[in-house]
Design a protein around this ligand. Structure first.
Ligand code: ZN
Length: 162
């Protein structure tokens, strides 16, 4: 059994106690997407505003759930704010690649090679603190929830005639 200190690293606890970009945006114009992880009861709502320059102009997070889900959402919001939509999508692929070792067993849908390539090209920074979660397979859905929700929000925000 891996130590719990791998799961609850200081940076993760800091984002849980002091969540970044907490709140809501008017939707529309912002995209609003809800994510739910029934395995743990985690809920994340992502509000996403993409500017005319194709960058994430603003992002807010609301919802409730375990410390991993909420700190991952906070770290995700801080990571993608100001990034282009393409950069944000690359970060999603890289993050899911980092988590895919075990997630693959849960849903069998990950493209390992592509994810590994994406991961090698993207600077993960503080997000690497969440890597310890892969030792706790039941918690991976907690960590990836906000990223899957962000992916949907990016699709909505960039859809034609949205
Ligand atoms: Zn959870």
């Amino acid at each position: 059994m891996p130590g719990l200190e791998d799961l609850y690293r200081e940076i993760i606890l800091d984002h849980y106690r002091n969540p970044r970009n907490r709140g809501e945006l008017d939707a529309p114009p912002a995209a609003r997407v809800e994510g739910f992880n029934p395995l743990c009861g985690d809920e994340v709502v992502v509000y996403l505003l993409v500017g005319g320059d194709g960058r994430v102009a603003d992002i807010r997070i609301s919802g409730q759930g375990c410390s991993i889900s909420q700190s991952s959402a906070s770290m995700m919001s801080a990571s993608v704010k100001g990034k282009t939509v393409d950069e944000a999508r690359a970060l999603i692929r890289a993050f899911k690649g980092m988590m895919s070792i075990h997630e693959q067993r849960l849903d069998g849908s990950e493209d390992d090679a592509a994810d590994a390539a994406a991961q090698s090209e993207v600077k993960m920074g503080d997000l690497e603190a969440l890597q310890g979660v892969v030792k706790f397979p039941v918690r991976i859905k907690c960590a990836t929830l906000s990223w899957n929700t962000l992916a949907q929000a990016l699709d909505e925000a960039t859809a034609p005639n949205a």
